[in-house]
Design a protein around this ligand. Sequence first.
Ligand code: GRG
Length: 279
Amino acid sequence: MDYKTMIDQYLGQLYNDDSRLEKACAYALNNGGKRLRPVLFMKTLEALGIAPLDYLSVAASIELIHTYSLIHDDLPAMDDDALRRGKPTVHIAFDEATAILAGDALLTDAFLILTKAEHIDLDIRVALIKVLSEKSGSRGMVLGQAYDLSSEGQSISVEDLRRIHSLKTARLIEVPFMMAAFIAKRQDVHQFERVGHSLGLAFQMQDDLLDVISDEETTGKSLSDEKHEKSTYVKLLGIEQTKRECRLLFNEVYEGLDTMAIHPTPLLETIKKIESRNK
Ligand code: GRG
């Protein structure tokens, strides 16, 4: 069984209560996500010589945070999107209050799952909780979202845009690399962070490219940057320059992994797949 299927199965059994709240959580969580962040976590563990199956709950905690962020991002007060992964967003399929609460529940449960992972030494568990909360909280992803919202309709520089995307997108992609490094008790966690950072920025550039090159049917989401007058790399740099910068960032990732004492082959395969993604 591949890692994505294992993660799908693990997440599939988390919310099975009959309440409207759990139904909304399950709907959001089991709705065709690529599971990119948890797969990167498991592949990084493998690269570090650690059996990933023992850490499915940690992988799940990252996906819970990611899913909450998507539910809230789609809300009318934020991006106001009706479509995510080709299906109605949570506030459309349920209602706005339920969508807010489902996001709240997933966010909170992510940390509960980590506290319950009793097979992990307490100091490592605390490090995992710390990195997940730091990267996603008021100085991480949420701050990026706040900057993103306040930049709508404004003309901003490439540096401003990079700052927004470093926070909004890259912070959560740094997490799987860093969590695996903490579990392996590595001294060079910042190297893992750097690789995740470059990959996160590259991932966002691809997203901007796909927004103009692809269509809603392929990406499964409303292409809403235009509606919100958002700055994107493509608008600021043009398609060709964005592609060039994206390639450079992927090269940074490959070079970074090359200099680390790990067994990188399976992880590299996953990153190569990300580099050639079309959704
Ligand atoms: C609401 C606190 C809060 C944060 C929202 C993640 C995010 C921040 C907004 C989503 C919009 C967006 C374009 C984010 C950039 C990151 C990104 C490309 C997310 C989509 O991630 P994928 O492609 O999604 O991994 P799937 O559907 O595969 O899970």
